[in-house]
Design a protein around this ligand. Structure first.
Ligand code: LLP
Length: 414
């Protein structure tokens, strides 16, 4: 739950606002986002690694207002498309603190990045080095995405550091070194750093330590000065009670120690570290409110709500697990399966969660840890409008993304 969330009677108070009031005022489904939690998590990264550049992974919660919060607490921003860049521009995010990523950047993406003057572009293929070299004016700063061959022990769909997948230049095969030479050859590009991102929902600090070792080894064999080393994001967030948070302090200490040891060993200057947290900043700040529409009691009890895989495809995509709580009243608990409104048997939000035995249509359910990759992954499946994102702070609530209407849905059809 977001920082400071508490019970008032049986209502849940988030950012000083009762959940039942949020559901009544803004309708359901509704994604509530606690601003203080977002700001505190962002500041915690800066405090743990003051020497580093902390880059918010904008894909985890694409929203101009959230980007403005990040800018105001000193974070940089990573965007992975012209669309995310458009949000950053709308937020007035300083171009000098934007990094552009992505294993595919179209000509439009690259042109938009160059036109806005984003500080660094992370190149991901030889084709892209050639294309960017031709488009860029003199001195565009570039980082090279490297696949370090480190297993982050996470879900295969978000494990990006291992060999034999689509991201980056392989370190083991020598492609990364070849990419360094190709960038250096391009007169319009200036190599400033190496980048890697080993995966998402990574629990073990040791995976990052191993990454640092391999990346410094690569820096030593580059033969050119590498000023920046971007270690990507991926720091885990706890989704269920009892799961632990990422050990940020341990990460900072061990990465710092390994970096200075390895750089001394290889006699290379210590590069500036960049990290790109997304989930670990925003996941915990989000709570989704649903209204129960139907309850079916049989061998299992199905509790069907007014949202589902269109606002949260994560259970279907990654077998992600969520806790669920009924707000506004209590009762004797029994296990139920919470399902969505979409036309697929796999549209299940949470299995075997405890809700009051008499749960019925009209009840409001709250699902915590829905701040990261929820608004971002939401779709219009079954032509259901996407929910709003409502920011709460000090007892005040305001939408920072409005609910998608039928008019919005109809606008694109010819
Ligand atoms: N940097 C790069 C280059 C990335 O590709 C990502 C995430 C991040 C940073 C931020 O990772 P984070 O700190 O948020 O784990 N949709 C999936 C997650 C996909 C992650 C994509 N890349 C999910 O809902 O679990």
């Amino acid at each position: 739950w977001p920082d400071g969330t508490h019970l008032s009677g049986s209502d849940l108070v988030i950012g000083g606002v009762p959940a039942t009031r949020l559901a009544a005022q803004f309708g359901t489904p509704c994604q509530v986002l606690d601003e203080a939690t977002v700001r505190n998590r962002a500041k915690a990264f800066v405090a743990a690694l003051p020497e580093a550049e902390v880059v918010f992974a904008g894909k985890s919660l694409p929203c101009p207002e959230v980007y403005r919060w990040m800018a105001s607490v000193g974070l940089s921003l990573d965007v992975s498309s012209a669309g995310e860049l458009a949000l950053a521009r709308a937020a007035g995010f300083p171009a000098g603190r934007i990094v552009m990523h992505g294993n595919v950047k179209t000509g439009e993406d690259l042109k938009a990045a160059l036109e806005y003057g984003v500080s660094r572009i992370v190149v991901d293929s030889f084709d892209e080095i050639a294309q960017l070299g031709a488009l860029a004016r003199h001195g565009q700063e570039v980082m090279i995405r490297v696949t370090p061959g480190v297993d982050a022990h996470t879900h295969a769909a978000v494990s990006t550091g291992v060999e034999d997948q689509k991201f980056g230049f392989s370190l083991a095969s020598g492609a990364a070194l070849e990419a360094v030479l190709r960038v250096v050859e391009q007169p319009s590009l200036r190599l400033v750093g190496l980048h890697c991102h080993i995966g998402s929902q990574v629990r073990h600090v040791a995976s990052y330590e191993e990454t640092v070792r391999r990346m410094v080894g690569l820096i030593a064999s580059c033969g050119v000065r590498v000023e920046q080393l971007d270690l990507g994001g991926g720091f885990c967030a706890p989704y269920l009670p009892g799961e632990s948070s990422f050990d940020l302090f341990g990460f900072a200490q061990r990465v710092r120690g390994t970096l200075s040891y390895e750089c001394a060993l290889h006699r290379v200057p210590v590069p500036r570290i960049l990290i790109e947290p997304g989930r670990s900043i925003v996941a915990n700040a989000g709570v989704t409110l649903y209204r129960v529409c139907a309850v079916k009691r049989g061998a299992r009890t199905f509790v069907a709500v007014d949202g589902g895989m269109s606002d949260n495809p994560r259970p279907a995509l990654y077998s992600a697990k969520y806790a669920v709580r009924l707000v506004g009243r209590g009762g004797k608990l029994r296990p139920v399966t919470v399902v969505g409104r979409h036309c697929e048997a796999g549209d299940v939000l949470a299995e075997n969660v405890l809700l009051p035995a008499d749960v019925h249509a009209g009840d409001v359910l709250a699902v915590p840890v829905t701040g990261a990759y929820h608004h971002a992954l939401a779709s219009n499946y079954n032509q259901v409008g996407r929910p709003p994102v409502v920011a709460v702070r000090d007892g005040l609530a305001r939408p920072i993304v409005r609910r998608e209407t039928e008019e919005d849905l109809l606008r694109r059809y010819v």
